[in-house]
Structures are given as structure tokens and as C-alpha cells.
Design a protein around this ligand. Structure first.
Ligand SMILES: Cc1ncc(COP(=O)(O)O)c(C=O)c1O
Length: 351
């Protein structure tokens, strides 16, 4: 059994945070988890007050980018219990990312014990207002001090937590990106490594300057097929079928994606995971057969799209209604997480 040392914070910052509508990612809870990978094993697991950490400027992660992270959420249930949404899937993806970046895997017992004990200590930070949650950020980075390009021999695994409100308030505008790429097949797109995000900023910044909110990434080779949307997976309701790009090594396998597809299948909706050509999407849009377009992700949950730019043409997506599939899926997901609706697939991990 893993023993985690605990060093409690002298004072709590919780009273200074508006838990009824917290700004996503702004404040961290009072404590954080930390463990070190040294001499081929994970050592010194501890929960310590949230605060600064020390490192040398020659730390490898700052130079060569061995850094991966996860993002999941804990919810206050209707009956006061706290549950984490599908942490198993996040754990598996974390290790897939670590493997891709030549970093040591985190043992399941360490990951889950750290998660449960940190959440137990800072349980008061789980907000209860509708649409709110406690965002959980496990991450791992190379710590060896060396200027030479090499795989680090030492690492640190940490977990932070931050109360979260709603992410995207209103339906957003997407631009199909055909100049820049986020990643390519054979690259690191399926891993949640920091570099994927840093390299996305430039094209997204350009799209924002042109009046869009996000980009719709296309494949790196031909810019012909749709990959995903910004920091979300993308789904289309095409002629009554829920269609989403099939996973490949350039696409992150979203936990929300899997959950929404499962909800759709449960409701008898035909689901297709396949290649979607931009031109196919254009002809569906032109024939008025696209009733919904939405992104899925832990931060945004389900985020409707109101406009898609393909080349020089703008296509408006119908306004979402209460009967839209994604509005219903959003409510159902919230109800499952808070225990209002049954959890037939065992998605809630109750603390
Ligand atoms: C690039 C990218 N795609 C998709 C997703 C959605 O994944 P999930 O639903 O697991 O949050 C995210 C968010 O984590 C992301 O960063």
C-alpha cells in the first residue's frame, strides 16, 4: 500500500474564491500532490500546500518538452457525495501520453491513491452550483538538469485541482484550417503532451484575429479530412446520424467523445466514426442536412458551433434547441455525474 505523507496548509484560501461561478483554471485548491521518479522508481509521494516549486533553469522539460498532462473533473453529487468522471480512461490516456514521450508510466495505485487523498483533503473545494466542478490536472515533467538533448532520467508527477464554472458560454465560430497543422499521423496528436498546445496557439491566434473562436483541424498531409476542433473533438449531426472523425494517431481520444457517442447509441441514434472530408461536410451544409455541430471535451463538456468557415464561404448552423441531441446529451451527462440520472455504464468513480 502506498503511504502518502501529508503536510497541511496553515490557512485556507477558499473563502476568497467565488465557488458559485469560478473562473476556469484561475485558482488552485489549498493542496497539491507531488512524487518524484528517481533511480527507476517513484518516491516521496506527498500532499503539500499549493505553492511555488524550485527547479534549475537547466531542467530538461524547459528545453526539450518532455511534459504531459490530463484534465478530468470531480462533481458534487445530489446527495453530497463526490465523484470523479471516468478517471480510469484519463489514467490510461495519461500513460499512453507518457509512453509516447519516453517518460516513466505512473502505477495505477499511485495515481488513484494520490487522487483520492488529495480530493479528500480539499473536498470543500468541489463546487455544487449547476454546471460547476473541480477540475483535476495530473501532470508529469522531466526534471533532470542537463543542457544536452536527451531523455531525462528523473521526473516529477504532480496533481493540481481548480474549481471550474462553465467554459464556453455561447455557440462558437469555427474556421476550417488548411494552412497550419496541429499534428500529423505518426506524430503526438493522440498524446496529451504540452507541445501540442504550444504549437496550436499561433494558428488559433490568427483565427481569433479573423473573428473566429477556434479552428477545425484537418489532416496534415492533404488538409482534406477533418481531425478535431481546437481543444475538443468534433461531432456533426448529418441527416439524422451522429458522425465524428474516426480516431487516428493525430486525434486525441476524448473521454467526453466516448461518453457522448455511448449516450447516442443508448438512444438508438446511428453513430458513424469515420473519415469526414471537408468537401463532404460542405455538401451536407449546402443541402441543409446538418442540424447540429458541436465540440466535446472535459472543459467545455458539449459546446455548440454556430458557424463554420470553409475556404471563403461561411455556413450557419441552426440554433440549438432544448430538443437538440447535444443539449440533451449535455443535460444527461450532468445528471449522471450528479447522481440525478442512473449511471448505467459505471462512469462515476465515487470518493
Ligand atoms: C486536443 C484535444 N482534443 C480533444 C479533447 C477532449 O478530450 P476529453 O473529452 O477527454 O477532455 C481535448 C481535451 O482534453 C484536447 O485537448
Amino acid at each position: 500500500m502506498i503511504e502518502i505523507a501529508k503536510y497541511h496548509s496553515d490557512i485556507s484560501r477558499i473563502s476568497s474564491v467565488d465557488l458559485s461561478n469560478p473562473e476556469f483554471g484561475k485558482e488552485c485548491s489549498d493542496h497539491m500532490f507531488s512524487a518524484y521518479f528517481e533511480n527507476n522508481s517513484w518516491v516521496q509521494p506527498e500532499i503539500i500546500p499549493f505553492g511555488t516549486i524550485e527547479f534549475l533553469p537547466s531542467m530538461l522539460t524547459l528545453h526539450y518538452g518532455q511534459s504531459v498532462f490530463e484534465g478530468m473533473k470531480a462533481f458534487k453529487m445530489h446527495d453530497g457525495r463526490i465523484s470523479i468522471f471516468r478517471p480510469e480512461l484519463h489514467y490510461e490516456r495519461f500513460n499512453r501520453s507518457l509512453e509516447r514521450m519516453c517518460m516513466p508510466l505512473v502505477p495505477k495505485e499511485l495515481f488513484f491513491t494520490a487522487l483520492i487523498e488529495l480530493l479528500t483533503i480539499d473536498q470543500a473545494w468541489v463546487p455544487s452550483a449547476s454546471g460547476t466542478s473541480l477540475y483535476i490536472r495530473p501532470f508529469c515533467f522531466a526534471t533532470e538538469s542537463r543542457l544536452k538533448i536527451k531523455i531525462s532520467d528523473s521526473y516529477r508527477f504532480m496533481i493540481l485541482m481548480s474549481p471550474a464554472g462553465k467554459y464556453f458560454g455561447k455557440p462558437f465560430r469555427l474556421k476550417v484550417e488548411t494552412e497550419y497543422t496541429r499534428t500529423a499521423e505518426g506524430g503526438t496528436g493522440y498524446a496529451k503532451c504540452s507541445g501540442n498546445y504550444g504549437s496550436s496557439f499561433y494558428p488559433v491566434k490568427h483565427a481569433i484575429e479573423q473573428g473566429f473562436d477556434q479552428v477545425l483541424w484537418t489532416d496534415a498531409k492533404e488538409h482534406k479530412y477533418i481531425d478535431e476542433a481546437g481543444m475538443m473533438n468534433i461531432m456533426f449531426m448529418l441527416d439524422g446520424k451522429l458522425v465524428t472523425p474516426a480516431l487516428n494517431s493525430a486525434i486525441l481520444a476524448g473521454v467526453t467523445r466516448d461518453s457522448v457517442l455511448t449516450i447516442a447509441k443508448d438512444q438508438g441514434i446511428i453513430v458513424e466514426e469515420r473519415k469526414i472530408a471537408v468537401e463532404e461536410l460542405r455538401s451536407f451544409l449546402e443541402s441543409g442536412k446538418v442540424s447540429e455541430v458541436f465540440g466535446t471535451g472535459t472543459a467545455a463538456v458539449v459546446a455548440p458551433v454556430k458557424l463554420i468557415r470553409i475556404g471563403d464561404a461561411d455556413y450557419e448552423i441552426p440554433e440549438p434547441s432544448e430538443n437538440s441531441f447535444h443539449s440533451k446529451a449535455y443535460s444527461l451527462l450532468n445528471d449522471i455525474r450528479t447522481g440525478i440520472s442512473p449511471d448505467p455504464h459505471g462512469w462515476n468513480f465515487i470518493i
